[in-house]
Design a binder for this molecule. Structure first.
Ligand SMILES: [Zn+2]
Length: 289
């Protein structure tokens, strides 16, 4: 028995929870108010603050503002994910920087604001020049990288989930839950191993999720499952103190997260499980590709 417990303890490391694109409108599974209620309740069990990477255009109405206020009341952090989620590669550096500034003007007044910036779709620029221009603007505004080390892939899972719900097909929710827990758990495990390969020590992981219906439904189960396999939840403030935060990277492709970028710079191969969106669609019951 003792041996079992001990081996579980060895499995998981430390992880901070982060949620992108908040506040999100209602989905097919949950009214947004119900979703927020459940995410707040689930996060209480993690026992540490999470970071919400906010899209400030969605805070213009009272509803969106209330959602963010509710998270702040619980001691969670809010950070910058631009005003309306433009892709840097599509709009170019100047418009992108304006979007960061717009979001900053709204967020910097809030008590739970932390100066972390997360690029939409983790796209940090097509060219070095574009990348450097945005980096310089962020530095001038005293932002730190709001990087992720593990993309949960919940954007793809949620897309498939919503497609099936919209089609009216009855879903096996227990199977959806198992798939969600499996994908997120396996990916965390993979990046935990990758961290040890790259840095020869466990690194503090930053899990990227979205403020979506899957989180509303199963975040509580996910937190329980991760605790049971030995994961410890830490505040993003602690996670972002990991020395990997200040490693300078060469590759411009940041879309698999910071740890993957550093690994690729060192010629360490990166192939996380469940990368393929079409596999995730099948797992979540959507046959559309
Ligand atoms: Zn986003």
């Amino acid at each position: 028995m003792l041996i079992l417990v001990w081996s579980h303890q060895l499995l998981g490391g430390e992880v901070a929870l982060t949620f992108d694109d908040a506040p999100r409108p209602s989905g097919y599974a949950l009214d947004y108010r119900e979703r927020v209620k459940r995410i707040r309740a689930a996060l209480k069990h993690a026992g540490v603050p999470a970071a919400f990477f906010v899209l400030t255009k969605r805070m213009q109405g009272d509803e969106g503002r209330t959602v963010i206020d509710d998270y702040l009341k619980d001691g969670h952090f809010v950070s910058n994910h631009t005003a309306s989620h433009p892709s840097l590669e599509r709009v170019g550096a100047d418009d992108f920087i304006r979007e960061i500034q717009q979001a900053h003007d709204v967020l910097a007044k809030l008590a739970g604001f932390r100066p972390w910036f997360r690029f939409p779709e983790l796209k940090e620029g097509r060219t070095q020049e574009e990348h450097d221009k945005v980096s310089a603007a962020l530095k001038a505004m005293r932002y730190l990288p709001g990087y992720a080390t593990v993309d949960s892939r919940d954007a793809y899972m949620e897309l498939a989930y919503q497609q099936v719900l919209a089609s009216g097909v009855k879903l096996d929710e227990s199977q959806i839950k198992q798939s969600y827990l499996n994908v997120v758990g396996k990916r965390l495990e993979y990046f935990d191993d990758l961290g040890k390969k790259v840095f020869l020590r466990p690194v503090k992981q930053v899990l990227l999720m979205h403020e979506n219906d899957l989180a509303g439904q199963y975040l509580g189960d996910l937190i329980t499952a991760l605790k049971a396999t030995g994961w410890t939840f830490v505040s993003p403030e602690i996670a972002y103190q990991d020395p990997m935060a200040v490693v300078s990277t060469m590759s411009l492709d940041a879309t698999q997260g910071r740890l993957a970028t550093i690994a690729k710079d060192k010629n360490i191969p990166v192939s996380p499980p469940f990368e393929d969106p079409s596999l995730l669609k099948v797992m979540f019951g959507s046959k559309k590709k």
